[in-house]
Design a protein around this ligand. Structure first.
Ligand SMILES: Cc1cc2nc3c(=O)[nH]c(=O)nc-3n(C[C@H](O)[C@H](O)[C@H](O)COP(=O)(O)O)c2cc1C
Length: 185
């Protein structure tokens, strides 16, 4: 069975670095023959979760369905105020049960090294609320890990970060489907 894995880029910044991490993770997963879906939150206008009418929004319904269909999800997030950005948290609030029994991994872009544990709150929330299996080795990159790329834009220039992205993709691929307790095809 081919594993379905979504890579969700949560930064709303046009020159996002976490999206660069997300793109490399998607490439790495594709080379492993995973069925990869790249979801860029910049392409979806989402309401703030209000616990009510927001669930009826067409983009929320669309993303809830897509996430539900996945075996695993890689969340690429910017670190804001020692936490994943609000857009990432809002997505999880809006899509709730779609995350049940997923394998989830994190790729984070931050300004400095002191926010290293910032993805842990989301990890805890996903484990406790939705019984997600969180891949323990996440990617955490800062500005100096990026530099000019061949296409004129930014790319990952630190080899350790690049291989860590590949390692996260590989581990996520191996674990994907391991929580398929309902036996869905
Ligand atoms: C509102 C705001 C809050 C931030 N807070 C932190 C922080 O707590 N820790 C940190 O290391 N970097 C912080 N940063 C820097 C971002 O994490 C950094 O710019 C990162 O590249 C953002 O990800 P992105 O490029 O994918 O949007 C903050 C940036 C902004 C705009």
């Amino acid at each position: 069975m081919k594993h379905k894995i979504a890579v969700i880029s949560c930064s709303l910044n046009k020159s996002s670095r976490s999206r660069i991490l997300a793109q490399q993770a998607a490439e790495s997963l594709s080379s492993l023959q995973a069925e990869v879906e790249f979801i860029d939150l910049q392409k979806f206008e989402l309401p703030f979760c209000d616990g009510g009418s927001a669930y009826g929004d067409s983009n929320v319904i669309h993303l809830t369905k897509r996430i539900t269909e996945m075996d695993a999800v890689l969340l690429a997030v910017p670190i804001y105020n020692y936490y994943a950005n609000a857009a990432a948290k809002n997505l999880i609030e809006l899509t709730g049960k779609a995350w049940e029994d997923k394998v989830v991994g994190f790729l984070a872009a931050a300004g400095g090294h002191s926010s290293y544990m910032s993805t842990m709150s989301l990890a805890n929330q996903l484990m406790l609320d939705f019984r997600c299996l969180v891949v323990p080795r996440f990617v955490y990159a800062t500005g100096s890990d990026f530099g000019p790329g061949a296409d004129g834009g930014e790319s990952i220039i630190d080899d350790k970060i690049a291989s860590r992205v590949d390692e996260l993709a590989e581990t996520t691929f191996k674990l994907a489907g391991s929580l398929n307790i309902s036996g869905k095809q």
